[in-house]
Design a protein around this ligand. Structure first.
Ligand code: PBG
Length: 337
């Protein structure tokens, strides 16, 4: 018999990591992070009309839905145990203007959707964005004057829009515009109008990313956008600046923080969770979703496994949850015994 275990153990010093990995039951026993349905927030796209389910070409499996269909989808999500949805409207181009004024209409598409969903499915959380991009004729998140996105005027507009969204029943206001001072202004406006229990999930660190491409197709801003968003979104090169920016949102009263995009910014998720201890969410954005779907459709990767692996990675990086277009698909898989 030629057993060389002793030789190996001289090297390992009897420290063998594989002992805990030897069987399914040991692996389950030592598993540090787990994805559950409670971690999922489902972003959905709303279009005007009735009975519409319109597939988004660049996001296979994702549809734009009219409000009635969105209500059905919200019901399905609630039945699966998904805690919350995030709504994004594709606004009629005729209603878009330089200042995004239609964002202040109490019965605009996003507010219609909130009312209908909260009425039919009261137990699902509704998270609404107050950025102006679905409403502006130039596709920017703020008001454009002489080639510049003007900060304070935009903040005033989105604080007003936040109150209108809260009046419609929104549970959490999520500003994705990255204007300075918006969190404090929204908090003050909500409190002044009696909406103390409406929360704020800050898109605290939103990077000037190329991963948003398919989303812009989904809400029809891609063709409109002039220039880029680098004067207000964060440079992907800057981690410390991102944490400073998030710190201001914490001071101004954010209840939850978000990192966007997700997978390429796991270091930011971790730093943010460590720095503030607030609930941290990652937004697995459209381009991230599409990459996985496209490779899976070609048979190049196992789409289901890659999906679950990426979602778990967010948990490992300290996230409390994930906004993901995979939410329903993942919830169904997680529900299997
Ligand atoms: C803009 C906004 C963006 C997304 C949601 N709201 C980015 C952008 O268009 O610049 C991206 C979401 C995604 O890519 O899934 N306020």
């Amino acid at each position: 018999m030629n057993d060389s275990t002793n030789l190996v153990d001289r090297i390992t010093g009897h420290r063998r990591m594989r002992r805990n990995r030897k069987a399914d039951w040991t692996r389950r026993l030592v598993q540090e992070n787990r994805l559950t349905v409670d971690d999922l927030i489902w972003p959905i796209f709303i279009v005007p009309g009735n009975g519409i389910i319109d597939p988004i070409e660049a996001m296979p499996g994702v549809n734009r839905m009219s409000v009635d269909k969105a209500v059905e989808a919200a019901k399905e999500a609630a039945d699966l145990g998904i805690p919350a949805i995030a709504t994004f409207p594709n606004i009629d181009v005729a209603l878009r203007d330089e200042t995004g004024s239609h964002s202040l209409a109490p019965d605009n598409l996003i507010n219609q959707a909130t009312r209908a969903i909260k009425k039919a499915v009261p137990h699902i959380g509704v998270i609404t964005d107050v950025a102006l991009d679905p409403f502006t004729s130039h596709g920017h998140d703020g008001i454009l004057r002489d080639g510049e996105i003007v900060n304070d005027e935009t903040v005033e507009a989105i604080a007003r829009a936040a109150v209108i969204q809260a009046n419609a029943g929104s549970d959490i206001i999520a500003p994705s515009d990255m204007m300075d001072g918006r969190i404090g202004a929204i908090r003050e406006a909500l409190d002044a109008s009696g909406h103390q229990s409406v929360g704020i999930m800050s898109y605290a660190t939103k990077f000037a990313s190329a991963f948003y491409g398919p989303y812009r197709e989904a809400i029809g801003t891609g063709g409109l956008l002039k220039g880029d968003k680098k004067t207000y979104y964060i440079d992907p090169a800057n981690g410390t600046e991102a944490i400073r920016d998030a710190a201001l949102d914490v001071e101004e009263g954010a209840d939850m923080l978000m990192v966007k995009p997700g997978l390429a910014y796991l270091d930011i998720c971790w730093r943010m969770k460590e720095a503030f201890g607030l609930p941290v969410f990652a937004y697995q954005v459209s381009g991230e979703y599409t990459q996985i779907k496209a490779a899976a459709a070609n048979g190049w990767i196992d789409g289901e496994r890659v999906m679950l692996e990426t979602l778990l990675a967010f948990k490992r990086a300290g996230c409390d949850g994930i906004l993901t277009y995979f939410a329903v698909e993942a919830a169904k898989l997680l529900a299997k015994p």
